[in-house]
Design a protein around this ligand. Structure first.
Ligand code: DX5
Ligand code: ZN
Length: 222
């Protein structure tokens, strides 16, 4: 699949989301941060926003669910039309059942790990997942500083994917910028969320393309 960039709309003008998305035609996906004010101390969108965004853009939607009780609440986002649904392992009791349910709804199933959550206990789940998200900040807000301490986990996750021979994508999210993306790509990430780096740029679409080229040059996967 190569390197993909999925800009986060978290720090955009919510009253003009259609226009904000239209500014980044080079994006491979649109990253939609769903927050419930319980799993994280912030509140954003529900499934009806996924339906509205789907009507506003052809670009596939990458829903990142930072919500409690994912077992009960996540399938609604696949049903609403998200093309990829990411639940947090810290918020689910039955990740295998949930991943299968998301896939049955026709979406890609993805699982996220907070910075302090290790990958090793979950390596046998990799074949059930279309993507693994390794958070590189504590989830909840855009514009935070990238945590370098997550880099060894990215490297270990990529090695486990090779060991299991899976096609699972490896996404990173939080503080990804022109300054940090090379380190993530070099460690084995292939899908990159970038919020403030894209939307604080004077030309957001040029930034998307620049991030992609920078990751491609650093990636050992290509
Ligand atoms: C943080 C969100 C991220 C965030 C990324 O909890 O999951 O997707 O919007 O924003 P930046 O790129 O500014 O860290
Ligand atoms: Zn996110």
């Amino acid at each position: 699949m190569g390197i993909q960039i999925t800009p986060s709309i978290l720090n955009t003008d919510f009253s003009r989301l259609g226009e904000e998305i239209a500014r980044i035609p080079s994006a491979d996906w649109i990253h939609v941060d769903v927050m419930d004010n319980h799993f994280v101390p912030n509140l954003t969108f529900g499934p009806s926003m996924i339906e509205a965004l789907n009507r506003a853009t052809e670009t596939p939607l990458d829903a990142h669910l930072m919500i409690e009780d994912a077992d009960r609440n996540a399938p609604a986002y696949a049903e609403a039309g998200a093309d990829s649904v990411t639940f947090h392992i810290e918020a689910t009791k039955a990740p295998i059942r949930l991943a299968r349910e998301i896939r049955l709804q026709g979406a890609r199933a993805s699982m996220a790990l907070k910075p302090a959550t290790p990958i090793e206990p979950y390596e046998d789940l990799l074949p059930e997942l279309d993507m693994l998200l390794i958070m590189t900040v504590e989830p909840g807000f855009g514009g935070q500083k990238f945590l370098d301490l997550c880099l060894p986990k990215i490297r270990r996750a990529r090695a486990l994917m090779e060991k299991h021979g899976v096609e699972t994508w490896l996404q990173v999210d939080g503080g990804v910028s022109l300054e940090t993306i090379e380190r993530c790509a070099e460690a084995g990430a292939d899908v990159f969320v970038a919020g403030s780096a894209v939307y604080s740029a004077s030309d957001p679409d040029a930034m998307v393309r620049q991030l992609k080229v920078t990751a491609e040059m650093a990636s050992p996967l290509l």
